[in-house]
Design a protein around this ligand. Structure first.
Ligand SMILES: C[S@@+](CC[C@H](N)C(=O)[O-])C[C@H]1O[C@@H](n2cnc3c(N)ncnc32)[C@H](O)[C@@H]1O
Length: 276
């Protein structure tokens, strides 16, 4: 096996690339992550026949293909770790507590946005749990799922997973909703059809304009990669996109403290919801 050596990045090249990534996606890379960028970008530089990051940066900034290349760069630098029923308590809170309360007030239609859904495990988990609760057929649910990374969106659209996506999922759920084919698990059409995917960058206001006002936003394990300014921008967009009383769910290690004080924090024991 031929292992090509990584192309080394100068500190000033790192600074410029980190700035380009930050301005486009809000993702912060500090100098101790230079090795990560080197590892992830070396192959791309070779494909483009560049021997230095200086040439690549020039290409990203000025080439006619710069827009497409920015997407390629995003696909290479994002971290897409996810799995089915991850941090399930928040999904249960929405389904078993908040939705019944809204139903009792007469609401029949719900819009849910999985913002930064990676390869789809999060929004499909929501659809599976709504189905388990017997809510499909009784009420209308629109689940939208977006991510900046076009590769994970196309995996999500196929709905084919490997066992690594099922940490902690019971065999009965896997059997009920997936068809095993060799090492692959194909999500059944009845759940696959419940989620609409498209590529969207949370740093662009267009991300929410395609979705419109929504009742629930799941944006989990994303803001950890952003600095305070980028977090404020994204959360402000969420605030404007949520209906009054709408809920925002963040990852367990994420908080709105010092980011936005307009939301009411609800601690429901096994998790937190931020309510507009
Ligand atoms: C660690 S995954 C989290 C997936 C899922 N929400 C979960 O909690 O399991 C983070 C995702 O955020 C996406 N992401 C990062 N920056 C983004 C941005 N500016 N706009 C949209 N998605 C972004 C990445 O592509 C990645 O798929």
């Amino acid at each position: 096996m031929i292992i090509s050596s990584t192309i080394k990045m100068k500190d000033e090249e790192f600074a410029e690339l980190a700035d380009i990534i930050y301005k486009n996606a809000g993702i912060t890379f500090t100098i101790n992550k230079k090795y990560l960028l080197e590892n992830r970008l070396t192959k791309r530089l070779s494909e483009l026949n560049f021997s230095s990051y200086k040439d690549y940066i020039y290409y990203l900034k000025y080439d006619v293909k710069r827009r497409e290349e920015m997407k390629v760069l995003m696909n290479l630098v994002t971290i897409n770790e996810t799995y089915f029923l991850r941090e399930r308590a928040q999904m249960d809170h929405m389904i078993k507590k908040v939705i019944p309360e809204l139903v009792s007030k007469g609401k029949r239609s719900f819009k849910i946005w999985s913002a930064a859904c990676s390869s789809g495990e999060e929004p499909y988990s929501i659809a599976i749990l709504l189905n388990e609760e017997g809510l499909y057929g009784k009420y209308n649910f629109d689940i939208y799922a977006t991510d900046i990374n076009t590769e994970v969106i196309s995996i999500a659209e196929k709905g084919i997973y490997r066992s690594v996506s099922f940490r902690g999922v019971t065999p009965s759920i896997i059997e009920k909703y997936f068809v095993k084919n060799g090492l692959d698990f194909q999500l059944k059409p009845e759940i696959k059809s419940k989620v609409k995917f498209f590529q969207a960058n949370l740093m662009e206001s267009l991300a929410s304009s395609k979705i419109g006002m929504t009742d629930f936003i799941f944006c989990r394990n994303v803001l950890i990669y952003f600095d305070v300014e980028a977090k404020k921008k994204v959360v402000d967009m969420f605030y404007k996109t949520l209906q009054i009383g709408g809920q925002l769910y963040l990852g367990h290690s994420e908080t709105l403290s010092k980011i936005d004080d307009r939301f009411k924090m609800v601690n429901f024991g096994s998790g937190i919801a931020y309510v507009k």
